[in-house]
Design a protein around this ligand. Structure first.
Ligand code: MTE
Length: 303
């Protein structure tokens, strides 16, 4: 499959050596003044620019939102081992030429699995940088054959009440559902991800296959997908159903539209260690190439 998009972040995009060496000296200097205890630890040996360095596998797999497994950040890592991923079947239906039941292999087999290092911004005003592995959703859509007149893609997460404590507690109206406009779905940034750091997708991150939409708040990136529906009507989305005032259909990262209960102007990088501090949030999470999708739309109205 041809690459239609190139990473702007790569593992080489860490702070240049001189800079972190410098910084280390500055910190060492600070240590004299503020007490060496405050700066002790192996983290000091390497302090990359937190806006570019991928988060550790540990961060990415222990600080999660997957409400089917509980609402606390550490719950998915504790509880998602119960998710049954074999066999896995994905129903593709609605306005498609080839509806039916697909395995993951049926959907993505034969395509290049790319690594893409994406900024990931949660509506809760924290962020990470994650090296995902996967394919472009556009390729999957071409494989199933989108019919004329389809305007949206709807997605649904598996429901396994016996394995999912959050489903039994009804913390949301499950199944978790999400949707994209067809042009958003077809954008080359939009990815169906099957792994992280070259490892198969951890269950707490949405095994075996999930969506990743890097210019939208993390909650649009629905996990453990079992249904993909092509439709001509804007589909319901879980967080909009739960609280329409706080979560709209579009949910683009937009520092100028505050969440009703907190600001979206800055973000806290997870895993920033000693240098963890708030960074300004960028429009579309910095993915300016999607701006044309929303030309002429008032993004304060369509939030
Ligand atoms: N998908 C399902 N099925 N259930 C969820 O609770 N949470 C969303 C999204 N996808 C969620 C989901 C939210 S709020 C975020 S921020 C991301 O998953 C978190 O993805 P991560 O845990 O891999 O970082």
């Amino acid at each position: 499959m041809a690459h239609r998009w190139t990473n702007d972040l790569t593992p080489a995009d860490v702070t240049p050596k001189e800079v972190w060496l410098n910084r280390r000296q500055i910190v060492a200097g600070l240590g004299v003044g503020i007490g060496a205890g405050a700066i002790a630890g192996p983290g000091l040996a390497y302090t990359p620019d937190p806006s570019l360095e991928p988060n550790t596998f540990e961060d990415i797999t222990t600080y999660n939102n997957f409400y089917e497994f509980g609402t606390a950040k550490e719950d998915p890592a504790k509880n998602a081992h119960l998710l049954q991923t074999e066999p896995w079947s994905i129903t593709v239906n609605g306005m498609v030429d080839n509806p039916g039941e697909y395995t993951v292999e049926d959907l993505i087999g034969g395509f290049d699995i790319e690594e893409r290092i994406y900024r990931f911004r949660c509506v809760e005003a924290w962020s990470m940088v994650i090296p995902w592995n996967g394919v472009e959703l556009a390729d999957v859509l071409d494989r199933v054959g989108v019919q004329d007149g389809a305007r949206y893609v709807a997605f649904e997460t598996v429901v396994q009440p016996e394995n999912m404590i959050g489903v039994r507690r009804r913390v949301l109206d499950f199944p978790y559902v999400e949707g994209l406009r067809l042009d958003e779905a077809r954008h080359p940034l939009t990815m169906m991800a099957t792994g992280i750091y070259g490892e198969p997708m951890p269950k707490q991150n949405g095994a075996p296959i999930r969506l990743v939409v890097p210019w939208k708040y993390g909650f649009k990136s629905i996990k453990s997908i079992v249904r993909i529906t092509l439709t001509d009507e804007e589909p319901p989305t879980s967080w909009n159903k739960a609280n329409a005032r706080e979560y709209g259909f579009y949910s683009n990262v937009n520092p100028n539209v505050d969440h009703p209960r907190w600001s979206q102007a800055t973000e806290r990088r997870i895993g920033g260690g000693l240098f963890q501090r708030r960074q300004p949030t960028l429009m579309f999470n910095g993915y300016d190439e999607v701006a044309s999708l929303y030309e002429g739309m008032d993004l304060t109205e369509f939030y």
